[in-house]
Design a protein around this ligand. Sequence first.
Ligand SMILES: [Fe+2]
Length: 453
Amino acid sequence: MTRHPLPQGMTRATVVTGTYDGYMPGFGNDFETEALPGALPQGQNSPQKCAYGLYAEQLSGTVFTRPHPERTWCYRIRPSVRHTGRFDPIELPYWQTAPNVLPDIASLGQYRWDPIPLPGSDQDLTWLTGMRTMTTAGDVNLQVGMASHVYLVSRSMQDEYFFSADGELLVVPQEGRLRFCTELGVIDVEPKEIAIIPRGLIFRVEVLEGPCRGFVCENYGQTFTLPNRGPIGANCLANPRDFKCPVAAFEDRETRSRLVVKWCGRFHETWIDHSPLDVVAWHGNYCPYKYDLRSYSPVGAILFDHPDPSIFTVLTAPSGQEGVANIDFVLFRERWMVAEHSFRPPWYHRNIMSELMGNIYGIYDAKPQGFAPGGISLHNCMLPHGPDRDAFEGASNAELKPEKLDNTMSFMFETRFPQHLTAFAANEAPLQQEYIEVWQQLEKKFDGTPGIK
Ligand SMILES: [Fe+2]
């Protein structure tokens, strides 16, 4: 991957314990990093006076009393209270938040969309103005549920910053390269990678290579974590060492800047005279991170039948109820199919969870036609779905030799809550009106006589 120079005026650590190409490896680690030598206090969190005249501040992503709290200590040029002033409401009408149940829109149905077109040269879209919410689920005020979005970004945010109090953002790029300049460091992402931006963390999004399009899962609930592994044991799936957290990076920039805040579904702006990305050193376990989906090691059937798709879970956001996820992030990537005397694609099913899928690249095996890279499908709570006719006939009659599913990467945002369409998804996005017809051609084979049809 190409290394891009940092923004002018930004300083990044050069020697940090565990440094890996600007990132530190591991999932949920208690990291420590400093962009200036000696900036990080040793042996305590809150010295009477910090080095360099920095202010100490804690950012808590979970309640203090959780068994394993997630929090980070920041040592910064100004405390965060200097990074906000009075707030004025603003409108970002395409970024919607649950609950958003619209009486004149039917969310009941199997839906699929063509890719939402990339922004053209006449469209000036940033991370904020280019966010397009497709579905919402749950209730942000109860801190349960999620929203799914597509981002269309053609321009970097300039002297503009953002944080969301509503949830963490799971970012799945599909076209173009983005840079997230955050309080805790810099993350560059491209297609086949994901990034997670924690709730409350201030950041700016820059375009490294555009125009950009991708998917976002906004998680209102508990933070994403690795799934319980059960009989799988310690290896395969997403391995902790493949997650990367950025080293400290800060900018000491005295420029009039706009900070946009999302809070309970409403957007607000406040103006300050400097960059809020002024954390010189930090330590803790509440931080942004990235992950290369190509490092995901799928586990699956090696004799007959195939497991539930939960076997492909990369990250899960618990609900508080044992075994029930608020959200699962599930990956369908390249893999070998070897099952004997089995129907190999996903079976027909109905499911209490609501499944929003996106195609990152290639062909998805249950839908060889019509589910294009950049496209989205939604199979909502208890709605039947499964392979289309071509996939069914092909898989039913295929010679069952080992076969590599190649050039394929799709994902699913799966939530325990029904997903409701936004007005954009129902009326403006390129909805495939004929989608349900992919199943209408499935004919009745039963004629009362025994035997294989
Ligand atoms: Fe499904």
